[in-house]
Design a protein around this ligand. Structure first.
Ligand SMILES: *[C@@H]1O[C@H](CO)[C@@H](O)[C@H](O)[C@H]1NC(C)=O
Ligand SMILES: *[C@@H]1O[C@H](CO)[C@@H](O)[C@H](O)[C@H]1NC(C)=O
Ligand SMILES: *[C@@H]1O[C@H](CO)[C@@H](O)[C@H](O)[C@H]1NC(C)=O
Length: 981
């Protein structure tokens, strides 16, 4: 989008070289007569070339000195120069369009041009053929440029014979060189460019440097992206002390300091070492490089005192230190050195991702030549200083991803050269008016994204027309609305539009929208109150990649737009009517379709099964009806299906089994009947199945446990008519976190292999899908709740309201990460497992309405996080345990319906309990732990229980945060402690 300033010494040098060399250059004024032998050689040379664009059509007739690209000596008539550099566009890959490039073979007839000193074949396409060995015999060559010419293979060592060579450019092709021995003979070399030549086979060997050190005349050395691993940190004596430009960026250097010989290169103008690992402080010796104008140490592993670069600051034009963490050390000194320079030379300053923590220096305004200022991804805070208005040359201001929490000064509006204003991801406040934009005539891109919603307000007169034409606008969490002001409508060159959470409640200006349609690439208008219908005519958006109009008040039918978009998100609007049945023709590249929470009806078009790239269907909470996906082809790559809360009916479609990429299947709350189709076992990477709230029947098929590799983390079957036993195979589901079989007719016993559910024993992480937010309804803490973003944190087993019987297996108590265990309303008998106290994270425990007998284990009192307990309506006997967490659960309904229980909180006292008080708790606590732990856990239990039960108590805000932080800390520490066991 913008020209980024590059100090182009190489072109400057090239110019010097061509003008000053005492070489007979051809002059077009004087007619030189071509030598016949050389003409013949050129004809043969042309015959072996491919020239699809006819660049060499002038190569006819006798006087070869007049041919395109050929120059002769004006006295002798010898061909001295061949410049067949191709012009843009050149192929970026050997099999790309050719443009004006040449290809084919290089005929050795070239050797007849005995006086050729200049050969340029760059930017052509020789499709990987080797560099001809005979190039080494072109003894007169002083200039050889075959960069970007798509030659390949090993660089022939014979190039080392070109002892007159001044200029050699082999950059950017497929070249490989085992070593650089051949280089050491080129002692006249002034310019050497081996960028992207693969030198990785030099490995730990630093001899390549000794070969380079044989070139005493070198002025420019380019060794970027060569895969070199080792660089000598010291050298006997450095030879090329006149060097002006050194580029060794993007290699694999991994050292503990900078090579000391660097600082003997006292003529250096440009030093580029970015993307290496020098793992050292900024070297103070940089000050030796008195002429340095361009320094790039981005991402090179330097740290510590940034002020060490102070000695160079008044000469530098470009300073890039991106991605090195200076922790703000020496920052003040740095700014003061920079802003106190007698002449400000700095044009570009890149300190993004440098760990800066201060306010923006007010002295910034002194840097009046500055064009590019990159300060993103630091921890800068405060306001932008008013002095920003003095940076009249500024083209790029990058402050995104900081902690800026102040206002944006009006002075910004003076920056008439500004092209990019990137203020994203901060916590701005205050007001922006026309004044902030008044002279920004060149502005092309603006990004303002505030973390604090609506604390930054655009207060702009409705019909103000700004002086700029933006290509990209990205405003999030700022108040722009309620209207779609003229300042927005006048932006007719936009390609990227993001206006998200901006308080706009207007309708989309139709004319503006139609104008943009032919050029838009991204369109996001999420989380506004935008109302009305979308233009109902068929629009073409040929370049659009993604459309997000979710969380608005759009109404009317779905738009019939023809686009190549891959993402269409219209969730949470008031759209009605059907999905266009030709959606596959309108949006043939669609990958993700989000239409949840609208008023859509009709059937879900079967064609989505045949769409090539279609992967995500999310149409939850609409009025879709009829049968669903009855004929999917095995080619489909659908991975997420969410049709929950609709009126879909018919049998659960067996063609789901064709979807071998299916990961999340959410069919809950529809009218599906029949059984779980066996074909579903063909979906090897299924991670979540939610079939709750349908009319499904039959057994849980044993294959659902699959092999041990099954990745299922949720199996949700609640509220159906399933029956039969719970298959043992379920225990193979090592990733299972949510198992909900409640409200069915399951019978038999709980399999006693539950301790195989490793996800409930160990922390196994589950990666959520990228854009899709899964939602599920679960009963936790006695309440039915909808979980979405936190769903993956839930760990729950709910088998309530079935006909299960037998004893509760002891193994269940090994599921220490389980948060919810609900076995209520079954026919369980026997005792409560004695080790229940091991289930450290348990928050909800419901065994009510069973036939459990025996005493309540005392270990229950060690469940620190327990906040919802129900043991009512069983046959439990004896004293209700007391102590720790149980002191906070004082509701007698927890225990009612057990006629033989006694003690607090029930009214029947146990024999001999008349004088019991809570301060005696220590006597009952018989778990053998030492006293300290007892008191700690009592307090902890109290805090946690208090918050879970009385969470709505009004406490000062800051206290509340402090408590929760404490609570989180404790929870974290406990996790660590458990992991360490
Ligand atoms: C030949 O070219 C050289 C270099 O460009 C120039 O100085 C000289 O005047 C030319 N000679 C004639 C006879 O044109
Ligand atoms: C410097 O270059 C010259 C000429 O190529 C060479 O003879 C000499 O050995 C080099 N010195 C070092 C220290 O490599
Ligand atoms: C660098 O310069 C110093 C002082 O001129 C000299 O003593 C030293 O040998 C030089 N080092 C290299 C590697 O050339």
């Amino acid at each position: 989008m913008m020209d980024i300033y590059r100090l182009n010494i190489s072109h400057y040098f090239l110019l010097l070289f061509c003008l000053s060399g005492n070489i007979g250059l051809a002059s077009t004024n004087v007619k030189s007569i071509c030598i016949e032998e050389e003409r013949q050689a050129l004809v043969s040379f042309k015959q072996d070339l491919k020239d699809p664009s006819g660049r060499l059509s002038s190569w006819v007739g006798h006087d070869c000195c007049q041919w395109e690209g050929i120059s002769c000596n004006n006295r002798t008539g010898h061909v001295t120069k061949m410049d067949l550099r191709s012009s843009y566009p050149y192929p970026r890959e050997p099999d790309e369009e050719w443009g004006s490039s040449l290809g084919g073979k290089i005929n050795p007839s070239l050797l007849s041009l005995k006086h050729l000193y200049y050969l340029d074949l760059s930017l052509n396409n020789f499709q990987g053929i080797h560099i001809p060995k005979f190039f080494g015999e072109l003894k007169s060559l002083r200039y050889l440029n075959i960069s970007f010419a798509w030659f390949g293979g090993e660089i022939p060592p014979s190039l080392g014979n070109l002892s007159n060579l001044n200029y050699l450019d082999l950059s950017s092709s497929y070249y490989v060189s085992k070593n650089l021995n051949w280089l050491s003979h080129l002692s006249s070399l002034k310019y050497l460019n081996l960028n992207r030549v693969n030198l990785s086979s030099t490995r730990g060997d630093t001899n390549w440097m000794h070969d380079v050190n044989m070139l005493p005349s070198l002025l420019e050395l380019h060794l970027s992206s060569c895969g070199i691993e080792s660089i000598p940190l010291s050298l006997g004596r450095i030879n090329f002390t006149s060097l002006l430009v050194l580029d060794m960026s993007q290699n694999d250097f991994n050292t503990s300091s900078f090579p000391n010989w660097l600082f003997n290169l006292t003529s250096l103008r440009k030093l580029d070492l970015q993307w290496n690992s020098f793992n050292s402080p900024l070297p103070g010796e940089l000050a030796n490089l008195k002429f340095l104008e361009y320094l790039d140490l981005s991402n090179s592993g330097v740290q510590g005192q940034i002020a060490r670069v102070s000695g160079n600051l008044c000469k530098l034009k470009v300073l890039r230190l991106e991605g090195n963490d200076f922790h703000d050390e020496g920052m003040e000194e740095f700014w003061s050195a920079l802003t106190n320079c007698p002449n400000n030379t700095i044009l570009e300053l890149d300190l993004s991702g440098c760990g800066l923590k201060s306010e923006l220096a007010a002295g910034l305004g002194m840097l009046t030549n500055l064009q590019f200022l990159y300060l993103s991804s630091n921890k800068l805070w405060g306001s932008i200083p008013e002095s920003i208005g003095s940076l009249l040359s500024l083209k790029y201001l990058g402050l995104s991803d900081n902690h800026m929490n102040g206002s944006i000064p009006e002075g910004l509006g003076k920056l008439s050269e500004l092209e990019v204003l990137d203020l994203g991801e901060n916590s701005w406040e205050g007001i922006l008016t026309e004044a902030h934009f008044i002279n920004l005539t060149r502005l092309k891109a603006i990004s303002i994204f505030s973390y604090d919603p609506i604390s930054l307000i655009f207060n702009i007169t409705y019909d103000w027309v700004p002086p700029f034409k933006l290509r990209s606008i990205d405003i999030r969490n700022c108040k722009v609305g309620p209207a779609f002001g003229v300042w927005l409508q006048s932006q007719t060159e936009l390609q990227i539009v993001t206006l998200s959470s901006t308080g706009i409640s207007d309708s989309i200006p139709e004319e503006w929208f139609l104008k943009l349609s032919s050029q838009l690439t991204f369109l996001t208008l999420s989380y506004n109150q935008i109302r009305g219908r979308l233009p109902s005519i068929e629009l073409r958006f040929p370049y659009l990649h993604s459309i997000s109009l979710d969380h608005n008040k759009f109404e009317g039918p779905l738009p019939l737009w023809s686009t190549n978009a891959t993402i269409l998100d219209l969730e949470n609007n008031l759209f009605s009517g059907p999905i266009p049945s030709n959606i596959d023709k309108l949006m043939p590249h669609l990958q993700e379709l989000y239409l949840s929470e609208n008023h859509l009806n009709g059937t879900i078009p079967p064609c989505i099964c045949d769409m090539h790239d279609f992967a995500v269907l999310s149409v939850r909470s609409n009025h879709f009806s009829g049968e669903f996906l009855n004929a999917c082809s095995p080619k489909s790559i659908i991975s997420i299906v969410d049709v929950a809360y609709n009126n879909l009916s018919g049998n659960m479609p067996s063609s789901l089994g064709e979807l071998s990429n299916l990961q999340i299947l959410t069919l809950n709350n529809n009218n599906f009947g029949g059984k779980i189709p066996n074909s579903l076992q063909n979906c090897p990477i299924l991670k979540s199945i939610d079939l709750g709230g349908n009319k499904l029947s039959g057994n849980i098929p044993p294959w659902i446990g699959g092999s041990n590799g099954s990745m299922l983390y949720m199996l949700q079957l609640r509220n159906n008519f399933f029956s039969g036993h719970i298959p043992q195979q379920l225990c193979n589901l090592g990733y299972l976190r949510i198992l909900d079989l409640s409200h069915n007719n399951f019978s038999g016993t709980i399999p006693n292999c539950l301790n195989n559910l490793t996800s409930l024993l160990l922390n196994v992480s589950v990666t959520p899908p990228r854009f899709y937010t899964q939602q599920a309804t679960l009963t936790l803490k006695g309440q039915q709740l909808v979980y979405n973003t936190t769903l993956l944190l839930v760990k729950s087993i709910d088998l309530s309201s079935n006909n299960l019987q037998g004893e509760i297996p002891q193994e269940i108590s090994s599921l220490i990460l389980l948060g919810t265990l609900n076995l209520s309303r079954n026919q369980f008998t026997g005792k409560i497992p004695t080790k229940i106290g091991n289930m450290y994270w348990l928050e909800t425990l419901d065994f009510s309405h069973n036939h459990l007998s025996g005493q309540i284990p005392q270990t229950l009192s060690s469940l620190t996080f327990l906040s919802h307990l129900n043991l009512s309506y069983n046959n439990l006997v004896g004293r209700i345990p007391w102590g720790n967490q149980l002191q906070t659960l004082t509701d007698s309904s927890i225990y009612v319906g057990n006629p033989s229980l006694c003690g607090f909180p029930l009214s029947p006292k146990c024999p001999g309990d008349d004088t019991f008080t809570t301060t005696d708790a220590k006597h009952i606590n018989d778990d053998g732990n030492d006293e300290l732990w007892f008191y700690v856990s009592m307090v902890l239990g109290f805090v946690v229980g208090f918050w879970s039960v009385c969470g709505t108590l009004i406490v000062k805000k800051s206290w509340r945060y402090a408590y929760f932080r404490l609570f989180d800390d404790i929870k974290d520490k406990a996790t660590v402690a458990i992991a360490a066991l």
